[in-house]
Ligand binder design. Sequence first.
Ligand code: SF4
Ligand code: SF4
Length: 416
Amino acid sequence: MTKPLSHTVTRPGRLHGDPDVNIPVAEDLATVPGVPQDPADVAFFSREYPLETQAIDKSADRQWAVVTQSHDIDDFRKVHDERMEPMYEAALVSGDIEPTGTPTPGEDLTDDIRRMAREMGFGEVGFTKHDRHYTYAGKKRWAKYEHAICLALEQDYCKTQTGPSPDADQARFETYETQQALCLKLAEYLRSRGYHAQVHDGSDCSGPYIPLFVEAGLGQLGANGQLLSPHFGSRSRLMLVTTDAPVTYDKPEDYGIQKFCQQCQVCVNRCPGRALVRDKVWWRGVRKNKVIYERCRPVMVTYHGCAVCMIVCPVQRYGMKPVMERYVESGEVLGKDTENLEGYSLIGKGYFGHGELPRFNRDFFEFPKGREEDWLFKKFKEKLNSTGVPDQSELVDFATDVKKILEKGETTFDIA
Ligand code: SF4
Ligand code: SF4
């Protein structure tokens, strides 16, 4: 039976020049535009417990990940890293480059930037305040400008559906590479119009970008912890260009995702690591389904970035419009309970159809946790407990390792 409608969200088509799409939102899915949040809590947690990048906060698992990950795309990665290196360097200093053109008083560049970014191939483009609550502690001094241009570049559809696989993994890196080059170009364009622009990497992020994308109306947060945007769900890579150019901010939208995810739950049920949770919780002032990092990380590392939670999402597979239309028509979640949507294979473990999940023993989830120095200290305490005070040379080794880690940390902060 057809459900009553709450409202319709109208968005630009998938590609530049495509007609607008209308996404119907059923009355029983309507909540709030963007995400339910408590601004006072967001501010409190940001001030007292500032966010930090995974590269620092979870640094203990980096070396373990390099050793544990599958090595069948190492050659591809090597070439990718060589191509990315100069673009990372360029992004790092991009905010310090002076404009080459002269601004026109009273102008608003929103439409020009949006058109240019869409012509470049970005599927979603939006404008919002660069909210420092969502900037990592080590990047706060680096990040310069107050307006954020949110840019999502679609990742190859066919390659992604094969995941977890080497092809899907490559599609991810190819998208990072393309978008980094495009964002550097967009920054050049802003300078030619007389303004500053700073490029925020897609992989070495300056903060979690999803809250800004939600605020700019480009999607809502899914139960898989990712941005569900209208045309490609979470099958995209996100980047920011921040600027002092005059722009007009977009507004958050209610696509119905908050409640739809509670009906759907496909990613929660299909996650090989059981890292996704059914119920939403308040976390740092935002109501969301919180991903459990410690359950996800070993699966991601071992199986080509995993991303089962992206691949089995109906919004990613079919697009938000048909998914929401089906829900309005029948109350059904398009593709749910079908092999086509829910089946996947893990290399070396086999195929898992609807209702089946792989099993891992406890050791699979044992990996170095937290910051590198904290992990070292944890191991040191265990040693003290089991074998007593180590000899002088072991103590010196321990102190040397800690010093090396701290020096690395200081370098990271200096750059930032
Ligand atoms: S990446 Fe894989 S393990 Fe991690 S949350 Fe998604 S489905 Fe689960
Ligand atoms: S799979 Fe379903 S529950 Fe998970 S993010 Fe996509 S729509 Fe939401």
